[in-house]
Write a protein that binds this ligand. Structure first.
Ligand code: NAD
Length: 247
């Protein structure tokens, strides 16, 4: 039976690159987006590209910060595909601003979407994987979660938590054949980083050993490794993908 992967927030950006790469590796794919509008405006196109690779691909709208919507999505995936072999917790947002000027709701929104979503999906899909006695979970953290970043008190808190949650889930699920790892990208070219100013971009570039930004496909290849049989004895780890941003 084909393996199935759910990638949250995978209509575009890094999530779409991960979905395409896992499809090339033979996984059937679930594209998730926050709303039907997001699926209609860009998720459906990503799904078409994936189907052209010869695997099955279904689109499901669910806000992953909402537990009930996650529950409904996981039930639907079980119904459609039978198994869930890989979960990539990719959905995320930024609401940047210096601490003293950050509205409380920008803090709460980022924590809810970047961090609570990982609890929701890992709990629900973890239960399915426990019964299967196998599974791969990969979380999208960030260098901001490892080192902090000015203007990202909310985002760095959420991603630091994701790294800690990765380790806890790895310890709880490891004895049942489930691995849980994280990747911590640096600056990757996507709609998320398109929002940054030229000043922010050049400050970032100056710190990158490889003197270039990363491509979504360069994150996808590391995630694909962590979802593969080659990574069977790797768990609880956070792999930085930043072109040598911090060493
Ligand atoms: P992006 O904004 O291009 O894509 C994120 C996707 O998540 C969007 O399609 C969005 O609609 C979806 N999404 C947002 N909220 C959601 C929700 N509640 N439920 C379901 N889907 C939701 O961003 P990206 O750059 O592709 O980022 C992907 C992941 O990688 C994020 O977790 C981000 O924090 C992380 N990351 C990105 C970078 C970077 O440089 N781009 C660096 C480090 C980490």
């Amino acid at each position: 039976m084909a393996k199935t992967a759910i990638i949250t927030g995978s209509g575009r950006g890094i999530g779409a690159a991960i979905a395409k790469r896992l499809a090339k590796d033979g996984y059937d794919i679930v594209i998730n987006e926050v709303s039907q509008e997001a699926l209609d405006s860009y998720g459906a196109k990503t799904a078409e590209e994936i189907r052209a690779l010869g695997v099955r691909c279904e689109c499901i709208a669910a806000d992953v910060s909402n537990y009930e919507q996650c529950d409904a999505m996981v039930k639907k995936v079980k119904e459609l595909f039978g198994t869930i072999d890989a979960l990539v917790n990719n959905a995320g947002i930024t609401r940047d601003g210096l601490l003293l000027r950050m509205p409380e709701e920008n803090y709460d929104d980022v924590i809810r979407i970047n961090q609570k979503s990982v609890f929701n999906m890992t709990k629900l899909v973890g239960a399915v994987m426990l019964r299967q006695k196998s599974g791969r979970i990969v979380n999208l953290a960030s260098v901001a979660g490892l080192y902090g970043n000015p203007g990202q008190m909310n985002y760095s808190a959420s991603k630091g938590a994701v790294i800690a949650m990765t380790k806890t889930a790895a310890k709880e699920l490891g004895s049942r054949g489930i691995t849980v790892n994280a990747v911590a990208p640096g600056f990757i070219k996507t709609p998320m980083t398109d929002k940054l100013t030229d000043e922010q971009r050049s400050a970032m570039l100056a710190q990158i050993a490889m003197k270039r930004y990363g491509e979504p496909e360069e994150v996808a290849s590391v995630v694909a490794f962590l979802c593969s049989d080659d990574a069977s004895y790797v768990t609880g780890q956070t792999i930085e993908i930043s072109g040598g941003l911090s060493m």
